[in-house]
Structures are given as structure tokens and as C-alpha cells.
Design a protein around this ligand. Structure first.
Ligand code: GLP
Length: 260
């Protein structure tokens, strides 16, 4: 695991966008796993700007989103379909046929989950998986007690997650379940890139990166991944015991090509 500490959220977000853009330039038919949430909003704004100003080309990129609320149609302003279309897909030259998000309105949710897994496989697997971190320690919606080898499936959202995401629903009824790509599925991605910013995440981030690997904090499973980079700002890094070591190793032996 590589941990890159940036001075603030703006710098951390910029670095995440730069690394994604470098990955697309390096492999124009990249299979990119996408995350949602407030942390990712700035990343998508920057990627859209890179498309507009620098011609970052999404025409051959394939995407798979991590999750979607069960019961929300794609045109609901609270769905992750809507989030992705407004923040990224409508602002770059991606082929919509190559974008994938679980269907939270599928009549048979279990079959939808199996179909999603098959689709990821048929595209050759995820090259680069972008991840955020929920207050409950989740990646995707892999809530506490998610099996570390889990596959795409439906999960009940914990009270903490409901509390964290409720403000985004602005008073509208919030679904209590979601489809999420599993932790086992995430661990099969060839590379993972987690972006975490803000003081609110400091305690859970330290548990995920420096605590034991446990199904109670699904992000801790990333310690098993052979190519995982975590970009954090100073606020989110505040509770990390080994901050100075992470700075030293990044300056000595960076894993990402642009830094070598
Ligand atoms: C949701 C998503 C997660 C995301 C998390 C963080 O729960 N399912 O994939 O990482 O939000 O959200 P935020 O960036 O708003 O803190």
C-alpha cells in the first residue's frame, strides 16, 4: 500500500484526477471503476475540465460504478445514475454504452448482481478502481460485517451510513438498501486508488490503514491489495501514527509512474 499525504483537499483531489488521467492516457481502453459521494465530486469536475481543455479522451474508456440505491430509478436526482450523468458522463466524450451502474430497480436484484459480476468479467476486469471511504469504514456500500471475499450483492445500509448520506436527499425519502460491488470483487481490480479528505474521516481512516484487517471496517481489506494507493489530505491523515514513514516511503520509492 502507498499512502500519499497532500496539504489539503484541493491538492489531494487534483492528484487523484491527475493519476486517473495518466492511467487513461497510458491505456486508452482503460476499465475504470468509479465511486460516488461528496469526495468524488471534485475529481469528476477536474476530469471533465481535462477533457475540455487538454482533450483527455474517454471514447474508449469503460466504467463500472461501485453501487446504487435499491428502488431509485435512474432519473431520480438522488440516484448514482443521475450523479454520474450530471457530473461526468454528460461532460466528456464517453460512449454511454460502455458505462455500467447496477440497476436498483431490477425486478430480480440477486440476478442483477450476478449479471453485473459477469459484465465486469466480460470486460476483462477492472484496471483501476477509484474508492472513497464512508464513516462506517465502508468501500462501496460494504457495510460492517461484509465478508472480505464478498461479491456484488444487496446490503442493508447501517444507521451511520443513513445519517451520513441523508443530507444529500434533502428531505426526500432515502432508500435503506443498496446494490454494491463486493470486497472480493474490488480486491480483484488490478489497481486501487482511494481518496479520503477531511477531519471527519481521520478516525476511521486510521482504523482502515493501521488497524487489523476486519470485516467491521471493509476498507481495511485494501491492506491485502498488491497495488493500492491512498491519497489523503492532512486533516484525514491526522490520526495516522506512521505519517512520517508514509512521507518518506513516497519520496523514496513512489509506485505511480509519474513520480518515478
Ligand atoms: C457513499 C458511497 C461510497 C463513498 C461514501 C463516501 O456511501 N457508497 O462509495 O465512498 O459515500 O462519501 P463522501 O465522499 O460523501 O464522504
Amino acid at each position: 500500500m502507498e499512502i500519499i499525504i497532500q496539504p489539503d483537499a484541493t491538492a489531494a483531489t487534483r492528484l487523484a484526477a491527475q493519476l486517473i488521467s495518466a492511467a487513461i492516457r497510458n491505456k486508452p481502453d482503460l476499465v475504470l471503476g468509479l465511486a460516488t459521494g461528496r469526495t468524488m465530486e471534485g475529481v469528476y469536475t477536474l476530469l471533465a475540465a481535462m477533457h475540455k481543455k487538454e482533450g483527455l479522451d474517454f471514447s474508449r474508456v469503460t466504467t463500472f460504478n461501485l453501487d446504487e440505491y435499491i428502488g431509485l430509478p435512474a432519473d431520480s436526482p438522488y440516484s448514482y445514475h443521475y450523479y454520474m450523468h450530471t457530473r461526468l458522463f454528460s461532460r466528456v466524450n464517453i460512449n454511454l454504452a460502455n458505462t455500467h451502474i447496477p440497476d436498483g430497480t431490477a425486478p430480480d436484484i440477486d440476478e442483477e448482481c450476478r449479471r453485473y459480476e459477469r459484465q465486469i468479467k466480460s470486460c476483462g476486469g477492472i484496471d483501476l478502481q477509484l474508492l472513497g471511504l464512508g464513516q462506517a469504514g465502508h468501500i462501496g456500500f460494504n457495510e460492517p460485517l461484509s465478508a472480505l471475499l464478498s461479491r456484488t450483492r444487496a446490503k442493508a445500509l447501517t444507521p451511520l451510513t443513513l445519517e451520513q448520506n441523508r443530507p444529500l436527499f434533502k428531505g426526500a425519502p432515502m432508500p435503506t438498501r443498496a446494490i454494491t460491488v463486493g470486497i472480493g470483487t474490488i480486491l480483484e481490480s488490478r489497481r486501487c486508488l482511494m481518496l479520503v479528505t477531511g477531519r471527519d474521516k481521520a478516525v476511521v481512516l486510521a482504523k482502515a490503514l493501521e488497524g487489523p484487517i476486519t470485516s467491521m471496517i471493509s476498507a481495511s481489506a485494501l491492506q491485502l491489495h498488491p497495488h493500492c494507493t491512498v491519497i489523503v489530505d492532512e486533516e484525514a491523515a491526522a490520526n495516522l501514527q506512521e505519517r512520517e514513514y508514509y512521507r518518506w516511503i513516497f519520496s523514496t520509492e513512489p509506485e505511480w509512474e509519474p513520480y518515478r
